[in-house]
Write a protein that binds this ligand. Structure first.
Ligand code: ADP
Ligand code: MG
Length: 228
């Protein structure tokens, strides 16, 4: 794969929400370029458009203007169906809340993103198990989410986001509901695992401690993204 193909390239990204109350511009001309294994932390005031930026980068929202290219592919040139398939294959999301399915075991929760294709294989199970071992949950494979601590649940959510070895890993305040110790652990795992998989990691956070651990940092303010 060529160097150009391994990058996330964002050019002139604008996002405007049109509501009954009028229009609201949340992103103005955002440019960004990240290489495989890169990690960027985004900080900024509440309501500054951080979640909106992640939603657009992950193909959950279309931009008003501009383009996103991931590994050479023009993401928004796709139809809705193609976009959904691309998202499934190429993007992992970690949110502030874990959103695990309560009726499924830890192992099953991690395998959920594999169910969309032709069903899970022995290789999927082996990869999920290895990921869970890597985050220290080898003894918890058959537990249900309610039987885990908050930090453990978020570690499962990280494994679920990584099971498809996504080109792009997006985390929206992933440590926002955790105590200091668990937050540190989740931050470390996101950085370590995304680098090992060759994913681009973009993490929105309110924590200056977490942001400080990222090789690249940027701030979203007044709809503009500025490198720090
Ligand atoms: P942040 O994550 O930085 O707190 P958000 O991206 O969630 O900010 O929101 C930025 C602004 O856009 C907020 O003022 C919010 O109310 C508004 N907003 C978010 N989503 C929508 C939407 N779907 N429609 C209209 N306005 C929205
Ligand atoms: Mg947000």
């Amino acid at each position: 794969m060529s160097h150009v193909d391994s990058d996330l390239i964002v050019t002139g990204l604008c996002k405007e929400y049109v509501t009954a109350a009028g229009s609201l511009t949340v992103l103005k001309c955002v440019d960004l370029s990240l290489t495989r294994g890169d990690a960027l932390a985004i900080t900024g005031p509440s309501g500054s458009g951080k979640s909106s930026l992640l939603f657009v980068l992950g193909g959950l929202e279309r931009p008003t203007q501009g383009a996103v290219r991931l590994r050479g592919r023009d993401v928004f040139a796709a139809t809705e169906t193609e976009l959904a398939a691309w998202r499934q294959e190429s993007v992992g999301f970690v949110f502030q809340e874990h959103h695990l399915l309560p009726q499924c075991t830890v192992l099953e929760n991690v395998l959920i993103p594999r169910l969309a294709g032709s069903g899970t294989t022995a290789e999927d199970v082996s990869r999920a198990t290895k990921l869970l071992e890597r985050v220290g949950l080898r003894e918890r494979l058959e537990h249900r989410p309610a039987q885990l601590s908050g930090g453990e649940r978020q570690r499962v959510a990280v494994c679920r986001a990584l099971i498809n070895q996504p080109a792009l890993l997006l985390a929206d305040e992933p440590t926002g509901s955790l105590d200091r110790e668990n937050a540190d652990a989740i931050g470390g795992l996101l950085l370590e695992l995304s680098r090992d998989l060759g994913s681009v990691l973009i993490c929105v956070t309110h924590s200056s401690e977490l942001a400080a651990r990222f090789p690249r940092r940027a701030e979203l303010r007044d709809a503009r993204l500025t490198s720090l």
